[in-house]
Unconditional design. Sequence first.
Length: 741
Amino acid sequence: MSERFVGGWSALATLLAVAIWLVTDSTFSVAEEARNLQIGAVAEVQVSPQFSVSLVIQRRGRSVQELGKHFLARPQHASRYTRRDQMTIPFPALSDPYKAIVALRLFPEDSLSQDGLEHVVTDERENVAAIARFFTGSPANAGQMRRTGTVGEVSITRNHEILVTIGKEGVETGRLAEAVLKDRGRIREFDRGATIVIPADAMKDGYRAAVLTHLFFSDVIREDSRRHVVTLTIESLSRVSLWFTGTGENWPLLKRASGKRSNDVAKGEVIVIPRNLLGSWALMTEEDISEETRDYPLALTSRSRRNAVNLGQRFLIPKRLLSAWTTLMEKGEDGAQDAAKWYVYWGTRNPPLVYSGDRLGGYAGYRLQRGQALYSDVVIRFTGVVEVAEVLHLSEVVLRRSGFRDPRKLPVNALIKIPIGLLSPEWRPEGDPARLAEREEDTAVARVEEEIRVEKAEARAAEPVRPRGEALRGVTIVLDAGHGGHDPGALGPRGLTENEVVYDIMCRVMRQFAQRTQAIVYVTIEDAQTGHTPSERATIPDNREEHLLTTPKYPNADVVTSANLRWYLANSYVRRAIKTGADLEQVVFTSFHADALHPSMQGCMVYVPSARHSKGRYSAGTRYAIYQEVSERPTVSYSYNERLRSQALSSGFADALCQRLRSANVGVHGRKPVRGYIIRRSGGGEWVPAILKYNAAPTKILVEIGNIRNENDAANMRDPAWRERFASAYVDAVISYFSTQ
Ligand SMILES: [Zn+2]
């Protein structure tokens, strides 16, 4: 990757402003601040599947009495909630400031107004009774909470038609018709006086999809199918066929795809609806829906799910019902912390960093060891930036913040102060939202990894032993080599170019797969002059003959078009593989690149798609319409569960790859070779490259084979034998990843 650097340091000013949060409140002296920081109890909000909320506090040697005084409405009950070094306090027992802090943590989008509290549903586990209990103290108040905006009640008629009934009070009929209906002229037909009754199939796809998601909340949309979970007692194969494919007549195809013998369906059973049968509305994920309905949200209710809520839905809880503590939410978390007079959220240590504050704000302190450099041992390590200009700039910022001028004259044991806002998530203080979000994702991914491990073990037990020479039978590999054509990519010394080196590695990988395995290999790119034959030269001449293998071919003229067409092409290969009987999870995608980073960085790095950073939706619209791969499927997005699974699978593969590269003595980045996203302080923050984000292969990685600006890495790239070792280690990694032994 080299192309991505958007200039301008304006983003940095914002970051520095954020970094000063620790000591800005004038009511606290610096000394008090320091004392509070030293207390450093760590608290985390925990939510059960039934949406019972509690606060878990690590005691770290604090006395039960001291903690009780701060956290509990009735401090004398402290021992009740204490087990060894941990306190678990149910929400109702918390002191008022901490109730407010927990609420602000859980529901950052909620807001108070004169009418009451507007609550936005952000957690799938929420339900109406739980929300009422949380904010008013009693689930009995649920009936008095109002869904705000336009509210529709979903029902199903005797003829299995799905209807949405909307009360006309406060609703602008013209706007409703314009936003929701496929043909707004039909609104008169649906007007029943006090209500408007709209059949779901008369709605635009986004709303029709929202209705299906409301009724059938357990369904999962995959690349090859929708897995519908039978939820209502009135369901049958032909009704499912009607709702999801638009006609009841596809039911025998659903029966076959689900491997069913009987025509009956039972609650909880999974009906597989192949993708080619699904209506466009039945393919939409929750993210698609929220995108499509953003300008005119429609809150849904139904008799069957009276207590249920949809993500993004809003409720107004009238002021007279709200518990007294909710007023503490008004000033935000800092205000609530002030009321508690105790900054408990921020831990003080995350070795080797120690958090502290001075008159310029909070910082993470690091003591420089003998022989260590500011660039690599502080800035690159703790901020996550890798790009040359950013490393230099942040080094300058950190140097000045620490009171030094010359990076070459730093004394051993110098205290280096890194502003908190510049730290990458894993180096933030305990309780910092960025660190919590990252840890939450890590925990979720670890859970999915465990599921995958169990699935693999079961599959292994069920599978017959394969004869030798059948390695990777049934496995599909999609390979990409970055840049090419008019885009040379990163430039190294003496004519070395990223695009030619990584293309050569890709060709070597192809050759090894063909010689050693039965894997089916697709590639995105071809050199019209040299074909897919590897080069034995040290410096491979940079020609401009590489084009993408789209239909029609693309000469790699524009960088953005090229990046997008690559994943469209990759996704087309994935669909082709599935069509010919491949298992989706036996498909691996890899894009080869070479980085141009700060020269101190050395070795291979692998990017996998972090689930929370690959949220989003891409729609080509009329762009690229001439390419067959785009017109096949112009719009792409993935659900959270798909993204989590993908992160878990990809990380597993990335680890296998690093292991093989290490044992082949190829050179892997020492500190953190596998990363979930790229950090660029300017122009983007944290992001996942489009080629991974929108890629349909569940296992997908972007490999940076090395740093073209590092002397040692560049020498490796010029060595054909090293390139072959790299290719060989990659193929070994794929084999070990799918190994049934
Ligand atoms: Zn690149």
